[in-house]
Design a protein around this ligand. Structure first.
Ligand code: AMP
Length: 395
């Protein structure tokens, strides 16, 4: 696996695919700069070697060149974080971009305009990728968040750098962390899957049954399993057409020697709102008109024990409707359990969508071993797929 550490960038221009798809407020201020911070080590290494950096990214989902999605809005923030006054060019390809890249000196940084202002980016257009390739001597992919897309800048452009392409520090870290879970995890290995639906995680479950010793199924998706086993779930979220599948997963897990842990009790609410009335119920006996919205006290205790006996933990998906303060406590309790296990030497990775939001919101980001920067990319990796952006560098 070739990374930026294997290359001396002195006198070279690195064309770096970063993920600067950051949230902006109505005045175009960056409200969460995590992704810019995450790309910093790669950029700094290249500049310190005596190289120059050409940064390319997408921002949002523009339909053509829409000013509100211009990367010019974030240039100042990037300058502030990198500590270098970043130059900006109002097109990511063409004469203007080529001239700006050609004039770039060692130690300088150039930010290109939003890649998605050109439809060719998402189409994976080869001619567009070739135009991008003119802007650097070495191609560096450091955008895990888009590594599952075969777009021009994430995948196709790599073919124009057969000998001069590598992973950035962030993407390399994502790959190594995933490997620690899926291939080299110290036993016992535990996967915790929560969130709303079984259907969105089914391929993940099937793939990781071969890799883990324990599987916790929590959150909204657990009710499909409870109902399939004859439980009474009231108004709880359930995918009726996935009940057979749920039983099949339990059967497969048994055959593979995976211990499955499903909630035993639940906080039930009489309304899907923060000020609903609540009660603790047996998860197999939720009264009519009530719905399970968070893990119950016995479940939290049970999960705490499994977590603290595990040496490797993957966490994807909350245990309850954590967006509502009243139903966040099960997810917070799980975060505390994982933080404690991590303190005692367990490797813990949090990844994929909402669990990352929960971990950040409740202050656990520094208390777990690794928080992934990719939602869809993380899920596809857990499904056992090789991501096109990663393969393009390895090839
Ligand atoms: P996912 O994107 O699949 O990880 O699902 C995350 C979502 O699942 C969050 O928005 C949670 O509010 C939701 N969720 C978790 N537990 C429940 C539940 N018991 N009932 C309804 N939604 C839930």
């Amino acid at each position: 696996m070739k990374t930026i550490q294997d290359i001396n960038f002195e006198g070279k221009k690195a064309l770096i695919r970063v993920d600067f798809n950051v949230p902006l407020d109505e005045n175009f201020n960056v409200t969460d700069a995590t992704r810019i911070q995450a790309a910093k080590p790669t950029i700094i290494k290249i500049l310190e070697d005596g190289g120059a950096a050409v940064l390319m990214s997408h921002l949002g989902r523009p339909k053509g060149a829409e000013d509100k999605f211009s990367l010019k809005h974030i240039a100042e923030k990037v300058s502030e974080i990198i500590g270098v006054s970043v130059k900006f060019v109002a097109n990511c390809v063409g004469a203007e971009a080529e001239e700006a890249a050609a004039n770039l000196q060692a130690g300088e940084v150039l930010l290109l305009e939003n890649l998605r202002f050109h439809g060719e980016e998402k189409a994976g257009d080869v001619a567009f990728a070739e135009q991008l390739s003119k802007l650097g001597d070495v191609y560096v992919n450091d955008a895990f968040g888009t590594a599952h897309r075969a777009h021009a800048s994430t995948t196709i452009v790599a073919q124009f750098f057969p000998e001069n392409k590598c992973f950035g520090a962030l993407l390399a870290q994502e790959i190594v962390s995933l490997k620690k879970i899926l291939e080299e995890g110290e036993k016992p290995v535990l996967a915790i899957l929560g969130g709303a639906k079984v259907s969105s995680k089914i391929t993940v479950i099937e793939n990781i049954l071969d890799k883990v010793d324990h599987l916790i199924i929590g959150g909204g998706m657990s009710f499909t399993f409870i109902k399939a086993q004859g439980g009474k779930i009231g108004m709880s979220i359930c995918e009726d057409d996935k009940q057979e599948l749920a039983l099949d997963i339990l059967k497969q897990a048994k055959e593979k020697g995976v211990q499955v842990h499903i909630p035993v009790d639940v906080i039930a609410a009489d309304d899907f709102s923060n000020d609903a009335n609540t009660q603790v119920c047996d998860i197999y006996d939720i009264p009519d008109g009530w719905e399970g919205v968070d893990a119950g006290p016995k479940t939290r205790e049970m999960f705490d024990k499994v977590v603290n006996e595990s040496k490797t933990i993957l966490w994807n998906g909350p245990l309850g409707v954590f967006e509502m303060e009243a139903f966040a406590n099960g997810t917070i309790a799980l975060g505390n359990s994982i933080a404690n296990a991590t303190k005692n030497g367990t490797f813990s990775l949090v990844g994929g969508g909402d669990s990352v939001a929960a971990v950040k919101q409740f202050g656990f980001a520094d208390k777990v071993s690794y928080v992934s920067t990719g939602g869809g990319a993380m899920l596809e990796s857990l499904e056992g797929k090789t991501l096109p952006g990663i393969e393009a560098i390895l090839k």
